[in-house]
Design a protein around this ligand. Structure first.
Ligand SMILES: [Zn+2]
Ligand SMILES: [Zn+2]
Length: 296
């Protein structure tokens, strides 16, 4: 969704909602999140200090750009955004206002503690955040699942990462990068697409939404290159949307082939509207290379 206007994304969403009624409600919540997201994106300006040569050096050496530095986050703003997002994501919960109040008063989610949690090197992973929430029994304190709280936190962080990644993308196209994780923030790819013209595979990061090229003959999650341990399958004969699987690490990545698709594809929306593919893959015993989440 890097580089797309809200209008363009909304247009794509309308198309999906029409085609797939099952996803209508999910897409409606997603649209609410997008409104908030774009509102904030305009006012978020994360500093970016790397020069072109340094970036190239990082990419050549296989270091993602944030490997050695922490994102300069405004935690008061992150917190403010978190509770706007929480209102949307918790919409179906019973006792919503009571839960929101509890959530807002949690010491673990105050700006100062958030900064300690998220300002650790390598700390910004859903696993670390969920562990922290579990260690502090946050779920019991507010009656909201740790996974959902983590989802709220990362949905709030996403525009900050996107701001940083957008500045990096003005300087480089990441063609020097050949790893299976994001060249900007180091997270795993959420989905893949195959280009229309040359069928090259492009991966997209779930957090900062950077896109980069990656070999079609390698698993991005475990770097398995054994052709015989890789495969793919379709669901309902829908050949433009496939599930690539790796027998070595038993993970899967959903892939959309642009050759068979008309118009723009926004992978974040695709990801959301292809949850039937996730179910199919998981029924066959594969796990998502990157955990599923709503806006991220
Ligand atoms: Zn990223
Ligand atoms: Zn693998």
């Amino acid at each position: 969704m890097q580089g797309y206007s809200l209008e363009k994304i909304n247009k794509a969403i309308k198309k999906y909602a029409k085609k797939n009624e099952n996803y209508a409600q999910l897409l409606a919540s997603y649209q609410e999140l997008l409104e908030i997201h774009f509102q904030y994106l305009e006012h978020i300006d994360v500093p970016f200090n790397l020069e072109e040569e340094t970036i190239k050096e990082y990419l050549r050496q296989g270091h993602y750009l944030l490997a050695d530095e922490l994102l300069n986050l405004d935690f008061l703003k992150v917190r403010e955004l978190m509770f706007k997002i929480a209102r949307v994501l918790l919409n179906n919960e019973s006792n919503l206002s009571q839960k929101l109040e509890l959530l807002e008063s949690l010491p673990e989610l105050q700006a100062e503690n958030l900064s300690q949690l998220l300002n650790r090197k390598g700390g910004n992973t859903p696993e670390n955040v969920e562990n922290y929430l579990r260690e502090n029994s946050v779920q019991d304190k507010c009656n909201i699942e740790s996974e959902l709280i983590s989802n709220i936190i990362f949905t709030a962080l996403s525009p900050f990462y996107m701001s940083y990644a957008g500045k990096a993308a003005e300087i480089t196209d990441f063609s020097l990068w050949s790893k299976g994780f994001c060249p900007v923030c180091g997270q795993k790819p959420m989905m893949a697409m195959l280009r229309k013209d040359n069928n090259a595979r492009i991966l997209e990061c779930w957090l900062c939404h950077t896109q980069w090229n990656f070999s079609r003959l390698e698993c991005p999650y475990c770097n398995n290159k054994d052709y015989y341990k890789m495969g793919y399958f379709f669901v309902n004969d829908e050949k433009s949307r496939r599930i690539n699987v790796c027998e070595h690490c038993k993970s899967y990545i959903k892939t959309i082939s642009l050759k068979e698709i008309e118009g723009n594809v926004i992978l974040d929306v695709e990801n959301l509207c292809t949850m039937h593919l996730d179910s199919a893959a998981q029924e066959k015993g594969y796990r998502p290379g990157q955990d599923l989440s709503l806006l991220n």
